[in-house]
Design a protein around this ligand. Structure first.
Ligand code: DI6
Ligand code: FE
Length: 393
């Protein structure tokens, strides 16, 4: 038994108000499970780790990333600064297509190696669970390769993998998106399910992605194979993707800049979590923020994630994502912290395992050198992590 004592806890327990604060707190773990999180007076005995008054939060959860890819898009960033648009770059063979070409050319081991420093950046700020999407392979073999490369990162953090075959139209299917969706539904999803390589299925429902009808076919195939769904919805326009996702009981709908009240109500009804991605909003200099007031009013749980990807959010900091969510979207400190812990766990369907400091959960902790939790959201580019505990170690 290990006991972290002399700590202040932000438990994020839903049974307590706000951050679920316990001022004179202790956490005890037997192996990888929390057996106690509460007032130090009632803590069990064991090997003591003195936290010297520091704050403990649940280990952070990044519930939306595209961490595994090859190639570099820094040059496109320079072109954009010189006035080129995202569309012009894409037409010249850059953009997402360039990442697909590079990812197809890379081996599984190379993809894992390329993703490691990105994952380590998240870990250095206390991340213990990270979701990773495919979607840069766009052939059955290359998508499986990307998912296996992601699973190989599981030696450093708990990894949730999401199959995102319906991310972009690969060049060999130009002019035939329905033919590509046939491939996604009839070959890729069965292969991914058979190999047990995905925890969920996602799609990019957008003018430059796939239509709601195509998205629905992907959801139906996922359902046939017993896979949960989530959706990139309402990022650039309102195609009512969030409501569609809610009809399929989606774990989450993500981005949501152009969500309307009916979409928020549908999400609330279905228990679908809203995943906010302020890094993409910032990097694309978007001007329409997600309707936070409508999400709050409807009672939709909100998560915050990095969307780490080479094209629209080259971000590997959940601390900065929280700062952006507060500054750009006006989330409160409590909402930001719930967004990278309890509600991020919900977005992955892992709320019974992680995301709060409660007996029975996995002992994933972030121990912080701060005087108050607001500092985790307030500072920019400063990392106050003292220690990270993953699965009790
Ligand atoms: N939405 C996005 O903004 C990114 N993917 C997605 O579904 C774009 C990814 C890229 O440009 O590489
Ligand atoms: Fe994304």
């Amino acid at each position: 038994m290990k006991v972290w004592r002399n700590a202040r806890l932000a438990t994020l327990s839903p049974r307590l108000p706000g951050l679920g604060v316990i001022e004179d707190g202790a956490v005890a773990a037997d192996g990888e499970r929390i057996v106690y999180a509460g007032p130090v007076a009632d803590a069990p005995a064991g090997e003591v780790i003195d936290c010297e008054g520091r704050w403990i939060t649940p280990g952070l959860i990044d519930c939306h990333t595209h961490l595994v890819y090859a190639g570099d898009r820094a040059h496109e960033f320079e072109l954009r600064l010189q006035g080129a648009t995202y569309e012009e770059i894409a037409r010249a063979g850059g953009g997402i297509a360039s990442t697909v070409t590079a990812t197809r050319a890379a081996s599984e081991a190379e993809l894992t190696a390329l993703a490691r420093p990105r994952l380590e950046a998240l870990i250095a700020e206390g991340a213990t669970t990270v979701e990773v999407k495919s979607g840069y392979g766009l052939t059955t073999g290359d998508e499986l390769k990307q998912l296996r490369a992601a699973r190989a990162l599981g030696d450093r953090a708990s990894i949730a993998t999401t199959f995102l075959g319906a991310h972009a139209l690969p060049p060999e299917y130009a002019g035939n998106p329905d033919g590509y969706i046939d491939l996604v539904c009839e070959a890729m999803i069965p292969a991914v399910a058979e190999a047990g390589l995905a925890d969920a299925v996602d799609a990019f429902c957008e003018g430059i992605g796939f239509t709601p009808a195509q998205t629905e076919r992907v959801f139906q195939a996922a359902r046939r194979h017993g896979l949960a769904v989530k959706l990139h919805a309402e990022q650039l326009s309102n195609l009512e993707g969030a409501a569609l996702a809610a009809r399929y009981g989606a774990l989450s709908a993500d981005h949501l800049e152009h969500l309307d009240e009916a979409g928020a109500a549908a999400m609330a009804q279905a228990g679908t979590t809203a995943v906010l991605l302020p890094g993409a909003y910032y990097f694309l200099r978007d001007e329409t923020a997600p309707p936070i007031g409508a999400l709050r009013a409807a009672g939709v749980p909100m998560a915050v994630a990095t969307d780490s990807n080479p094209g629209t959010s080259p971000l590997t900091s959940l601390l900065l994502a929280m700062n952006m969510a507060a500054t750009l979207f006006r989330l409160t400190v409590d909402e930001c912290l719930a967004g990278v812990t309890r509600n991020a766990a919900r977005a992955l369907g892992r709320q019974d395992q992680v995301g709060t400091l409660e007996a029975g959960k996995v002992c994933d902790l972030a121990i912080w050198d701060v005087e108050r939790p607001a500092e985790l959201v307030y500072r920019m580019g400063f990392n106050p992590l003292h220690a990270r505990v993953w699965r009790g170690n």
